[in-house]
Design a protein around this ligand. Sequence first.
Ligand SMILES: Cc1ncc(COP(=O)(O)O)c(C=O)c1O
Length: 397
Amino acid sequence: MKPLSSRTRELKQSGIRAVTQMVNKYNGINLGQGICDLPAPDPVKRGAIDAIKDDKSIYSYHSGIDELREHTARKFRDFNRIPCEAAKNVMITNGSTGAFIAACLATLEPGDEVIQFEPFYGYHVNLLKILGFKPVFVPMEDKTWNVNFEALEQAISPRTKAIVITNPGNPNGKVWSEQELTRLLKLLRKHELWAYTDEVYEYMTYDDNRHLSLASLPDAFERTITMSSFSKTYNMTGWRLGSAVGPEPVIEKMGLINDLIYICPPTPLQHGLDQAFTMPDSYFEKLSDDYNKKRTLFCDALREAGFVFEPPQGAYYVFASIERIHKEFGVPGFENDTTACETLIRESGIGTVPGSSFYSNPEDGKYYLRFCYAKEYDVLEDACERLRAFGRKIGHI
Ligand SMILES: Cc1ncc(COP(=O)(O)O)c(C=O)c1O
């Protein structure tokens, strides 16, 4: 038999599944995977059930049903302050992941370089690779996650065509400030680059950090493809629905690509999702309040357990350093991220993601673990108690 395609050679199942299996074995709590265990809103569920009953089962237009595009365009205008028209600039996608694939295929030539900040969201990097594009890595400053704009400019080559930003960031919770976005935009203009902005955690920001869409800045719209998701905002990661907004020519091509890959986003689920736009403002206030409370609860416990980190500015992850637990407290099993991940499951039943999964050079992440706190309160409180017990055991509390 002839060999499998070379593009799949480096592809392997992420370690997250192995962590899940080990957590289950120890009857623990999985704070590794970035999925929340909260329910999807009732009107959305009822809307999808009604659509199925009413046989809204055929392919929709490749860029989504009209009413959902209209409502999504209104959200992009009101919340993100991005000037857009539904029919020209907005598409419903198969998750923000589908939007990312379509954006890459609509703008890149084989071998083109795309700048990716580290620590990164792995799907962006792996998708670029299997699609035949080249990620070029620019590290953010350790712990503060500030951007080194000189290093960024040095990484730009004649083959560079786009820069990816994840705002708010996964795994580091970074929220880009207006000043940073303005500096980024200057570089995009100077080097005539595209920006792909992943804004799936746009409703989850903390303290004084406010979500700002790059495309809302003057002259940014024409070079920015903004990708959003309904997965995290409405707790429906498995429905596979997201959206994108951008200049008309690129959205038109992204629609045609979406047609080829998926034909359309799932029709009855689009009808269900459309009901999300009936949700009152209090839905978003509660979402924000809840994540704020969970962040405080979880960060306090994690600190007490001896981990070192900056509290996230957005999203729902803590990217925490184990260096002190290893070097200062000399806790066995905390020599690196992989052993620490296993030890924490064995000792406390808490599942995490090893930091090396978020870097091109695994050494750079060897003292990090990523924790996800998007859990129901009782589960989160149990996890916090387990972490405090760990802190007591290692003599930190
Ligand atoms: C930064 C980021 N982008 C995209 C996604 C996936 O979004 P979607 O479900 O809309 O494809 C995730 C999921 O964890 C994520 O963390």
